[in-house]
Design a protein around this ligand. Structure first.
Ligand code: AMP
Length: 181
C-alpha cells in the first residue's frame, strides 16, 4: 500500500470532459476493494452523527457510493435521476451548472414530508448539482440532514451553495475548503 493511499487512487485527468476541467477520476478507487470499503465506511461513519431516514444518491457516480453508504447505515436508498429514466410519476428540479442547466428527477412518492435525508455524490464542485438535489428533496417535504462527498473542490465554493446549515462531509478536499476535517 503506498503512502498516499487511498487518495492516490483518485486520478487527475486534465481537460476532460472539456478543456480547462481537471476531472477527478474515482474509478481506480472503486476498483480497489479495500479503498471502496474504506470510502463507504468512512462516509457512513461521519454522516451517522446526524439522524436520517434515507440516503439520496445523485446519478450516476452518487449511486455507487450512496448505495454503499445506505447499506452500511441500514437505510433505504433513493435515486435522484437524470430526466426520463424513472418509470412512474416524478417531480423534478432544474438547476444551474457553470455554463448550462441540468435537471434531476425523483418519484413523487420516493420521499415523504418529515423524512430526513443524506445526500451523497462523488464530487462537490460548484455545488449546483447538490443544491438542486437539496431543492428536489425539499419539494417532497423532506429535510436534508447532511451531505457527503468523496471529493470536494473547495476552490469552487460549492459548500456555500448548499446553504442549509446541515453538515457537509468530504473525504478529500482540494483548495479553499472550510471543511474542518
Ligand atoms: P457541481 O454541480 O459543479 O458541484 O458538479 C458536481 C457534479 O458534476 C458531480 O455529480 C460530479 O460527478 C461532477 N463533476 C463536476 N466537476 C467534476 C470534476 N472536476 N471531476 C469529476 N466530476 C466532476
Amino acid at each position: 500500500m503506498d503512502s498516499g493511499w487511498p487518495e492516490s487512487l483518485i486520478r487527475d485527468v486534465p481537460d476532460f470532459p472539456a478543456e480547462g476541467i481537471m476531472f477527478k477520476d474515482i474509478t481506480p478507487l472503486l476498483d480497489d476493494g479495500e479503498a471502496l470499503r474504506w470510502a463507504a465506511d468512512t462516509l457512513a461513519d461521519r454522516l451517522s452523527a446526524t439522524p436520517a431516514d434515507r440516503v439520496v444518491g445523485i446519478e450516476a457516480r452518487g449511486f455507487i457510493l450512496g448505495a454503499a453508504v445506505a447499506y452500511r447505515m441500514g437505510l433505504g436508498f433513493v435515486p435522484f435521476r437524470k430526466p426520463g429514466k424513472l418509470p412512474r410519476q416524478t417531480r423534478s428540479v432544474t438547476y444551474q451548472l457553470e455554463y448550462a442547466t441540468a435537471s434531476l428527477e425523483a418519484h413523487t412518492d420516493a420521499l415523504v414530508p418529515g423524512q430526513r435525508v443524506l445526500i451523497v455524490d462523488d464530487v462537490l464542485a460548484t455545488g449546483g448539482t447538490a443544491a438542486g438535489a437539496v431543492e428536489l428533496a425539499r419539494s417532497s417535504g423532506a429535510a436534508v440532514a447532511g451531505a457527503g462527498f468523496l471529493v470536494e473542490l473547495g476552490f469552487l465554493g460549492g459548500r456555500a451553495r448548499l446553504d442549509n446549515g446541515c453538515p457537509v462531509i468530504s473525504l478529500f478536499s482540494y483548495g479553499g475548503s472550510d471543511d474542518p476535517n
